[in-house]
Structure formats: structure tokens, C-alpha cells
Write a protein that binds this ligand. Sequence first.
Ligand code: ZN
Length: 236
Amino acid sequence: MKIMLDAGHGLFTQGKQSPDGMKEHEFNSAVAAYAKALLEGYENVTVYTAHDPTGKLDVPLNTRTDRANQLNVDVFVSIHANAFGNGGWHDASGIETFVYKTKPKEAYELAIKIQTNLLRASGLPNRGVKTADFHVLRESHMTAVLAECGFMTNKTDLTKLKSDNYRRAVAEAIVDALAVQYSLKNKPAHKPIQKSSTPSGKLYKVQVGAFADERNAEALLDKLKKAGFSGFIKAE
Ligand SMILES: [Zn+2]
């Protein structure tokens, strides 16, 4: 299946940053990169990105959805960090996931899975799965969801948004939801090294004694057997 990841905005998009200067796109694109790497561990999955991974360009919304439609991707996942008000800190906090206002069934089911996983990963308040008339949800012709993974305007949320561990956890939350919804299968792991044969074909022996008198050899073998080892005497 084809999955398109969409890290919202660009690095230099006006206003899309925390009051202390963390760019929203920095979070969004880090999560998208981790999610892409995780998704590439599944069979029959092709991952596309709607954004510019360098962040220099804020790819217009039309371009993002046109590309998703042209590529005929199966799912579009838009990744965002939230903000409240017009600058400054605020106590609004938590996780919300959006689907288009008509509440398409498949998107809604995926959104519930993503929301549930994000709540577990973040420990932040549940603001629910919501509907909205956002461009990326409206203009995409496939299952589309938009996740708001915490508020840049809340100091508690922002500590998480800045943390690499949280970015990885968000990526895992999204990818696990996709894996469950679409029954994705992991690519087979590397073949284990066979332990039953040695690479050189040689055998390696352990000798515990060498005696001139056969009786001494028999006495030692007897001791070994009593101690639970098996062995043999070889005369040379
Ligand atoms: Zn955003």
C-alpha cells in the first residue's frame, strides 16, 4: 500500500512556532522521518512525503493534496503540533486527531487508533477525535487524518514536543495504528546464523588428559563420567 506522510508547514512559516522559538515543522518533520523509517520495516508499503524534508519550502496545501491524489496513495497522515491564541503561553493542553467533517468510516477508525496510541505515548489530556473542514482532509481523495500531538503554547506539552524520545514515540504511535488498521506485516528479519555446522567444516576437540599408563586414562574417564560428562579413550 502507499502511505503519504505530511509534516505540516515549513521551517520558516510565519507564526508556526512556540513562544520560545521551537519551529512546529521541526517537530512535524522529525516525527515524519521516524515514521517513514518504521514503515519501511513493513512489507508492501511505499512511503511518500508531502512536505519538503529540508523544511526550507512550505509546500502549498494544494500541491500536497494534488500529489497524494496523483500518486493515488491509500492513506494520508498529516502531522502537527497545536497552538492556542496568538502568541504567548496558554494552559490548553493535550492530543486531538481530526478527520473530515463527513466522518469517513475508515479515516475515523484510523483516527481513533492514532488518538489512543498518542494518549498512551504522551500521557497528555484527551481532547478527542474531532471533525474539521481542513484542506488536507477535504481535498485528499483517500483516507486522511490529521494528528495534533500536543500544544507548543503549553510548557508541559512543549517539553515533550522538543524531546527526541517523544518524537520517536509519536512516530511509533502513528505507525502502530497504521500497522493494526491495515494488517501490515513486518519484513522478515535477517536469517539467523546456523549453529549446527561450523563455517570451516572443521571439528574442534577438547582433551582433558594424556597418560603413558592406560589405567590412569581409565581412572580419569571414570571421574568424568561420574561428573556427568561423556568421553572416550583414544590410543595413538
Ligand atoms: Zn500545524
